[in-house]
Design a binder for this molecule. Structure first.
Ligand code: R5P
Length: 266
Protein backbone atom coordinates (compact mmCIF):
# COMPACT_ATOMS: atom_id res chain seq x y z
CA UNK A 1 0.00 0.00 0.00
CA UNK A 2 1.22 3.48 -0.85
CA UNK A 3 2.65 5.46 2.08
CA UNK A 4 0.11 8.29 1.75
CA UNK A 5 -2.85 5.93 1.77
CA UNK A 6 -1.37 3.98 4.70
CA UNK A 7 -0.68 7.16 6.62
CA UNK A 8 -4.18 8.57 6.10
CA UNK A 9 -5.81 5.23 6.95
CA UNK A 10 -3.78 4.96 10.15
CA UNK A 11 -5.40 8.20 11.34
CA UNK A 12 -8.82 6.55 11.01
CA UNK A 13 -8.18 2.95 12.04
CA UNK A 14 -6.21 3.12 15.26
CA UNK A 15 -3.24 0.97 16.40
CA UNK A 16 -5.57 -1.70 17.81
CA UNK A 17 -7.07 -2.14 14.32
CA UNK A 18 -10.35 -0.56 15.40
CA UNK A 19 -12.25 2.66 14.85
CA UNK A 20 -15.28 4.59 16.05
CA UNK A 21 -16.52 6.64 13.13
CA UNK A 22 -19.37 9.09 13.56
CA UNK A 23 -21.65 9.33 10.51
CA UNK A 24 -23.27 12.74 10.04
CA UNK A 25 -23.64 12.74 6.24
CA UNK A 26 -27.35 11.85 6.12
CA UNK A 27 -28.45 15.31 4.95
CA UNK A 28 -27.07 14.71 1.46
CA UNK A 29 -30.25 12.80 0.57
CA UNK A 30 -32.45 13.06 3.71
CA UNK A 31 -32.24 16.81 4.32
CA UNK A 32 -32.55 18.03 7.90
CA UNK A 33 -32.99 14.65 9.54
CA UNK A 34 -34.20 14.59 13.15
CA UNK A 35 -31.49 15.51 15.71
CA UNK A 36 -29.15 16.61 12.91
CA UNK A 37 -31.05 19.81 12.11
CA UNK A 38 -28.17 21.83 13.54
CA UNK A 39 -25.09 19.71 12.73
CA UNK A 40 -22.64 21.81 14.80
CA UNK A 41 -24.73 21.26 17.90
CA UNK A 42 -24.97 17.52 17.30
CA UNK A 43 -21.32 17.00 16.39
CA UNK A 44 -19.46 19.16 18.96
CA UNK A 45 -20.11 17.16 22.16
CA UNK A 46 -19.42 13.85 20.38
CA UNK A 47 -16.10 14.76 18.75
CA UNK A 48 -13.89 13.97 21.79
CA UNK A 49 -15.06 10.34 21.63
CA UNK A 50 -14.85 9.98 17.84
CA UNK A 51 -11.93 8.50 15.88
CA UNK A 52 -13.15 9.80 12.51
CA UNK A 53 -16.01 12.01 11.37
CA UNK A 54 -18.03 11.30 8.22
CA UNK A 55 -19.73 14.47 6.94
CA UNK A 56 -20.46 16.04 3.55
CA UNK A 57 -18.24 18.93 2.47
CA UNK A 58 -21.04 21.41 3.25
CA UNK A 59 -21.31 20.28 6.85
CA UNK A 60 -17.53 20.08 7.18
CA UNK A 61 -16.96 23.63 5.92
CA UNK A 62 -19.86 25.20 7.81
CA UNK A 63 -20.26 23.19 11.00
CA UNK A 64 -16.88 21.76 12.02
CA UNK A 65 -14.11 23.84 13.57
CA UNK A 66 -11.18 23.92 11.11
CA UNK A 67 -8.71 23.80 14.01
CA UNK A 68 -10.01 20.35 14.97
CA UNK A 69 -7.53 17.54 14.29
CA UNK A 70 -10.23 14.92 13.81
CA UNK A 71 -9.64 12.77 10.70
CA UNK A 72 -12.44 13.21 8.19
CA UNK A 73 -13.95 10.59 5.89
CA UNK A 74 -15.69 12.79 3.36
CA UNK A 75 -18.94 11.71 1.67
CA UNK A 76 -18.34 12.26 -2.04
CA UNK A 77 -21.35 10.55 -3.62
CA UNK A 78 -24.89 11.82 -4.06
CA UNK A 79 -27.24 13.27 -6.63
CA UNK A 80 -30.53 11.95 -5.33
CA UNK A 81 -33.06 12.57 -2.58
CA UNK A 82 -35.39 10.51 -0.42
CA UNK A 83 -38.38 11.84 -2.44
CA UNK A 84 -36.72 11.27 -5.82
CA UNK A 85 -37.24 8.36 -8.18
CA UNK A 86 -34.32 6.07 -7.31
CA UNK A 87 -31.83 6.40 -4.46
CA UNK A 88 -29.22 4.37 -6.33
CA UNK A 89 -28.77 7.02 -9.04
CA UNK A 90 -25.60 8.46 -7.49
CA UNK A 91 -22.53 10.06 -9.02
CA UNK A 92 -19.31 11.58 -7.68
CA UNK A 93 -20.25 14.93 -6.09
CA UNK A 94 -16.84 16.17 -4.91
CA UNK A 95 -13.59 16.35 -6.88
CA UNK A 96 -10.49 14.68 -5.47
CA UNK A 97 -8.87 18.12 -5.61
CA UNK A 98 -11.45 19.55 -3.22
CA UNK A 99 -11.12 16.52 -0.92
CA UNK A 100 -7.35 17.15 -0.77
CA UNK A 101 -7.96 20.89 -0.23
CA UNK A 102 -10.15 19.94 2.76
CA UNK A 103 -7.28 17.82 4.07
CA UNK A 104 -9.50 14.78 4.56
CA UNK A 105 -8.20 11.33 5.49
CA UNK A 106 -10.47 9.33 3.16
CA UNK A 107 -13.40 9.72 0.80
CA UNK A 108 -16.62 7.67 0.98
CA UNK A 109 -18.73 6.55 -1.95
CA UNK A 110 -21.87 4.38 -2.08
CA UNK A 111 -22.15 1.41 -4.40
CA UNK A 112 -25.61 -0.03 -5.04
CA UNK A 113 -25.19 -3.70 -5.92
CA UNK A 114 -28.20 -5.26 -7.64
CA UNK A 115 -29.86 -1.90 -8.26
CA UNK A 116 -30.81 -0.18 -11.51
CA UNK A 117 -27.65 1.96 -11.27
CA UNK A 118 -25.27 -0.78 -10.12
CA UNK A 119 -22.94 -0.39 -13.13
CA UNK A 120 -22.79 3.40 -12.84
CA UNK A 121 -21.96 3.31 -9.12
CA UNK A 122 -19.30 0.61 -9.48
CA UNK A 123 -17.64 2.37 -12.43
CA UNK A 124 -17.64 5.73 -10.61
CA UNK A 125 -16.26 4.00 -7.56
CA UNK A 126 -13.44 2.51 -9.66
CA UNK A 127 -12.68 6.00 -11.04
CA UNK A 128 -12.52 7.36 -7.52
CA UNK A 129 -10.13 4.59 -6.47
CA UNK A 130 -7.87 5.50 -9.43
CA UNK A 131 -7.92 9.16 -8.42
CA UNK A 132 -7.35 8.16 -4.80
CA UNK A 133 -4.25 6.21 -5.87
CA UNK A 134 -2.92 9.34 -7.58
CA UNK A 135 -3.34 11.47 -4.46
CA UNK A 136 -2.70 8.90 -1.72
CA UNK A 137 -6.32 9.01 -0.63
CA UNK A 138 -8.06 5.92 0.83
CA UNK A 139 -11.55 5.23 -0.49
CA UNK A 140 -14.35 3.85 1.69
CA UNK A 141 -17.03 1.87 -0.14
CA UNK A 142 -20.47 2.11 1.41
CA UNK A 143 -22.59 -0.90 0.45
CA UNK A 144 -25.85 1.01 0.17
CA UNK A 145 -29.28 -0.58 -0.01
CA UNK A 146 -31.42 2.53 -0.53
CA UNK A 147 -34.93 2.02 0.76
CA UNK A 148 -34.68 -1.78 0.57
CA UNK A 149 -33.43 -2.43 4.08
CA UNK A 150 -34.66 -6.04 3.94
CA UNK A 151 -31.82 -6.82 1.48
CA UNK A 152 -29.37 -6.92 4.41
CA UNK A 153 -28.44 -10.62 4.65
CA UNK A 154 -25.02 -12.29 4.70
CA UNK A 155 -25.20 -13.58 1.12
CA UNK A 156 -26.00 -10.16 -0.32
CA UNK A 157 -23.70 -8.12 1.93
CA UNK A 158 -20.79 -10.48 1.37
CA UNK A 159 -21.28 -10.07 -2.39
CA UNK A 160 -21.30 -6.27 -2.00
CA UNK A 161 -18.25 -6.12 0.30
CA UNK A 162 -16.26 -8.45 -1.92
CA UNK A 163 -17.05 -6.45 -5.06
CA UNK A 164 -16.07 -3.26 -3.21
CA UNK A 165 -12.74 -4.76 -2.14
CA UNK A 166 -12.05 -6.23 -5.59
CA UNK A 167 -12.68 -2.80 -7.13
CA UNK A 168 -10.08 -1.28 -4.81
CA UNK A 169 -11.77 -0.10 -1.62
CA UNK A 170 -9.32 0.56 1.22
CA UNK A 171 -12.10 -0.25 3.67
CA UNK A 172 -15.79 -1.03 3.47
CA UNK A 173 -18.87 0.05 5.36
CA UNK A 174 -21.78 -2.36 5.49
CA UNK A 175 -24.56 -3.51 7.79
CA UNK A 176 -24.47 -6.10 10.55
CA UNK A 177 -26.45 -9.26 9.73
CA UNK A 178 -26.88 -12.88 10.86
CA UNK A 179 -23.81 -14.97 9.90
CA UNK A 180 -21.79 -11.75 9.76
CA UNK A 181 -18.54 -13.73 9.98
CA UNK A 182 -19.21 -14.89 6.39
CA UNK A 183 -19.14 -11.26 5.27
CA UNK A 184 -15.88 -10.67 7.13
CA UNK A 185 -14.18 -13.85 5.93
CA UNK A 186 -14.72 -13.10 2.27
CA UNK A 187 -13.67 -9.44 2.46
CA UNK A 188 -9.90 -8.83 2.39
CA UNK A 189 -10.10 -5.22 3.67
CA UNK A 190 -11.35 -3.85 7.02
CA UNK A 191 -15.12 -3.65 7.45
CA UNK A 192 -17.01 -1.15 9.62
CA UNK A 193 -20.72 -1.34 10.31
CA UNK A 194 -23.42 1.31 9.94
CA UNK A 195 -26.14 1.40 12.55
CA UNK A 196 -29.02 2.00 10.14
CA UNK A 197 -32.27 3.68 11.18
CA UNK A 198 -32.73 4.17 14.93
CA UNK A 199 -33.46 0.83 16.57
CA UNK A 200 -36.16 0.33 19.22
CA UNK A 201 -33.73 0.69 22.12
CA UNK A 202 -30.15 1.81 22.65
CA UNK A 203 -29.36 -1.70 23.86
CA UNK A 204 -30.28 -3.12 20.43
CA UNK A 205 -27.61 -0.92 18.84
CA UNK A 206 -25.05 -1.85 21.49
CA UNK A 207 -25.75 -5.53 20.91
CA UNK A 208 -25.17 -5.16 17.18
CA UNK A 209 -21.88 -3.37 17.85
CA UNK A 210 -20.74 -6.10 20.27
CA UNK A 211 -21.67 -8.92 17.89
CA UNK A 212 -20.05 -7.21 14.90
CA UNK A 213 -16.78 -6.66 16.77
CA UNK A 214 -16.81 -10.22 18.09
CA UNK A 215 -17.21 -11.47 14.53
CA UNK A 216 -14.33 -9.43 13.12
CA UNK A 217 -15.58 -5.94 12.27
CA UNK A 218 -12.93 -3.22 12.48
CA UNK A 219 -15.40 -0.90 14.14
CA UNK A 220 -18.51 1.15 13.58
CA UNK A 221 -19.55 4.08 11.44
CA UNK A 222 -22.72 4.90 13.33
CA UNK A 223 -25.00 7.87 13.10
CA UNK A 224 -28.65 7.79 14.06
CA UNK A 225 -28.31 5.19 16.82
CA UNK A 226 -25.87 7.55 18.50
CA UNK A 227 -27.16 11.08 17.96
CA UNK A 228 -30.86 10.17 17.97
CA UNK A 229 -30.43 8.34 21.26
CA UNK A 230 -31.65 9.73 24.59
CA UNK A 231 -28.09 10.53 25.71
CA UNK A 232 -25.73 10.68 22.69
CA UNK A 233 -22.55 11.22 24.76
CA UNK A 234 -23.31 8.22 26.99
CA UNK A 235 -24.05 6.18 23.89
CA UNK A 236 -20.84 7.03 22.02
CA UNK A 237 -18.72 6.49 25.15
CA UNK A 238 -20.24 3.01 25.50
CA UNK A 239 -19.80 2.20 21.81
CA UNK A 240 -16.18 3.29 22.18
CA UNK A 241 -15.64 0.86 25.06
CA UNK A 242 -17.11 -1.94 22.93
CA UNK A 243 -14.86 -1.10 19.99
CA UNK A 244 -11.58 -0.35 21.77
CA UNK A 245 -11.87 -2.31 25.02
CA UNK A 246 -13.97 -5.21 23.77
CA UNK A 247 -16.43 -5.02 26.67
CA UNK A 248 -19.28 -7.55 26.66
CA UNK A 249 -22.89 -6.68 25.90
CA UNK A 250 -23.76 -7.07 29.60
CA UNK A 251 -20.98 -4.66 30.60
CA UNK A 252 -22.06 -2.27 27.84
CA UNK A 253 -25.64 -2.23 29.16
CA UNK A 254 -24.36 -1.47 32.67
CA UNK A 255 -22.03 1.22 31.38
CA UNK A 256 -24.76 2.98 29.42
CA UNK A 257 -27.15 2.90 32.37
CA UNK A 258 -24.49 4.27 34.73
CA UNK A 259 -23.45 7.03 32.35
CA UNK A 260 -27.05 8.03 31.72
CA UNK A 261 -27.86 8.32 35.41
CA UNK A 262 -24.63 10.28 36.08
CA UNK A 263 -25.45 12.69 33.25
CA UNK A 264 -29.03 13.11 34.54
CA UNK A 265 -27.77 14.10 38.00
CA UNK A 266 -25.72 16.98 36.58
C1 R5P B 1 -26.52 7.03 5.05
O1 R5P B 1 -27.50 7.63 5.36
C2 R5P B 1 -25.24 7.47 5.47
O2 R5P B 1 -24.26 7.12 4.55
C3 R5P B 1 -24.76 7.09 6.83
O3 R5P B 1 -23.44 7.45 6.93
C4 R5P B 1 -24.85 5.63 7.19
O4 R5P B 1 -26.08 5.08 6.89
C5 R5P B 1 -24.47 5.39 8.66
O5 R5P B 1 -25.29 6.04 9.51
P1 R5P B 1 -26.40 5.28 10.34
O6 R5P B 1 -25.68 4.57 11.43
O7 R5P B 1 -27.31 6.36 10.81
O8 R5P B 1 -27.07 4.31 9.40
Amino acid sequence: MDWGIKNRLSRIIKDDGHTVMLAVDHGYFLGAVSKLEDPSRTIKPLLPYTDALMPTRGVLRNCVDASSDIPVVLRVSGGNSIIGEDLSNEEITVSMKDAVRLNVSAVAFSIYIGSKYEHQTIMNFARLVDEGMEYGMPVLAVTAVGKELEKRDARYLSLCCRIAAETGASFVKTYYCDDFEKVIKSCPVPVVIAGGPKLKTEFDALEIACEALKRGAAGVDMGRNIWQSEDPVAMIKTVRAIVHEGISFRKAQEMLNNLRSTHKKR
